[in-house]
Design a protein around this ligand. Structure first.
Ligand code: SF4
Length: 273
C-alpha cells in the first residue's frame, strides 16, 4: 500500500523553524503535520517556553524524541570530548534519534515523511548538506524542503511577526546576541568568538562548560579540549585565565584576534534555525 505523506517540521526552538512549522500547518492541515524536536537536555529553559508557546499558537503538540543522555554523557560513553571537528553528541542525540523516528513513521504508521527546515538563503550550503544526507542515509531517500530559501520572500521579518502578531516573546538567547540557541550556549562546536561571547553574557554557563571539560580531562587523564590552539589542546580554563579575564589589556585583544582566526566557519549541525 502506498504510504501517505506526512509533513514533519524540524523544530529547533529558533524563530525561522517556528514560522516554517506555522506555514506547514496552514498549508497541509494539522492532521498531516508533525512538529518534531530532539531534546539534548542541555537546552535553555526559555527555549522550552518558546517552543511550548509556538506549539500552542499553531495548535500542534510537539513530538519530542530524546536519547536520555546529555552531550557530556555521550562524551564519556564514547571516551571522546566533542569539539568543532567531531561532535558525537549531535550524531547520537539528534541525528540518530531523527532517523529512528522517520523510519518508524514508515514502518509502523505507513507514512512517508517530508522534512521542513527553517534554514535561510545565507546558509544554502547547510541546506545542500541536509538534502544530501537525507537522500543517502535513511533506508530510502527522504524529501527535504527549505521554504525560507525556495518559497518565502526574503524580505519579511519573521521575528517581528512572532513577537508582534503572534504575541510570543522570542527565546532570550536572541536578545543575548547568540547566533544560535542550541544547548544553552554550550555547543562544543562553538569557537573562540562564541566562547568569548558566552563568557561575557552568561559567565555561569561558560564556567559550567569549563568544569565539564576539566572533569573529562581528569577522568580519562587525557590532554584534550574543546578549543585548539596551533593544533594543540587549549582548555576553556586557559582561555579564560589567559585571555578573557584580561581583555582590559590591549595586547590581549591582539592575542584574541589571532585565536579567533582559528575559528574558521564552524556551522552548528544541530540548529535548523
Ligand atoms: S548543539 Fe552542539 S553541543 Fe549540543 S548536541 Fe549539537 S553539537 Fe552537541
Amino acid at each position: 500500500m502506498e504510504r501517505k505523506p506526512v509533513h514533519v517540521s524540524m523544530f529547533s526552538g529558533g524563530a525561522s523553524s517556528a514560522y516554517v512549522a506555522y506555514n506547514m500547518v496552514q498549508t497541509h492541515g494539522k492532521e498531516n503535520t508533525i512538529l518534531f524536536f530532539t531534546n539534548t537536555l542541555w537546552e535553555d529553559e526559555d527555549n522550552y517556553r518558546f517552543m511550548d508557546e509556538v506549539a500552542e499558537y499553531i495548535g500542534l503538540e510537539i513530538t519530542e524524541r530524546m536519547d536520555g543522555r546529555t552531550p557530556e554523557e555521550v562524551f564519556y560513553d564514547s571516551r571522546f570530548l566533542g569539539n568543532s571537528r567531531l561532535a558525537k553528541c549531535s550524531e547520537e542525540l539528534k541525528v540518530y534519534q531523527t532517523i529512528v523516528f522517520l523510519e518508524e513513521l514508515r514502518d509502523v504508521h505507513n507514512l512517508e515523511p517530508i522534512l521542513y527546515f527553517g534554514i535561510g538563503p545565507h546558509e544554502k550550503h547547510r541546506a545542500d548538506n541536509l538534502k544530501d544526507f537525507y537522500e543517502h542515509n535513511p533506508i530510502e531517500p527522504i524529501e527535504t524542503r527549505f521554504p525560507m530559501i525556495d518559497t518565502f520572500k526574503s524580505d519579511f521579518d519573521i521575528k517581528s511577526i512572532i513577537e508582534n502578531e503572534w504575541g510570543i516573546k522570542l527565546p532570550r538567547m536572541y536578545d543575548l546576541g547568540f547566533s544560535h540557541a542550541n544547548c544553552a550556549g554550550r555547543c562544543v562546536r562553538g569557537g573562540y568568538e562564541h566562547y568569548k561571547h558566552l563568557y561575557q553574557v552568561w559567565p555561569h554557563q561558560y564556567l559550567k562548560q569549563e568544569e565539564m571539560e576539566e572533569r573529562f580531562r581528569k577522568h580519562f587523564e587525557k590532554n584534550v579540549s574543546i578549543l585548539k590552539k596551533d593544533g594543540k589542546p587549549y582548555t576553556l580554563k586557559e582561555y579564560r585565565e589567559q585571555i578573557l579575564e584580561k581583555l582590559n589589556q590591549d595586547e590581549k585583544h591582539i592575542e584574541l584576534r589571532e585565536l579567533v582566526k582559528e575559528d574558521g566557519h564552524i556551522p552548528c549541525v544541530c540548529t535548523f534555525s
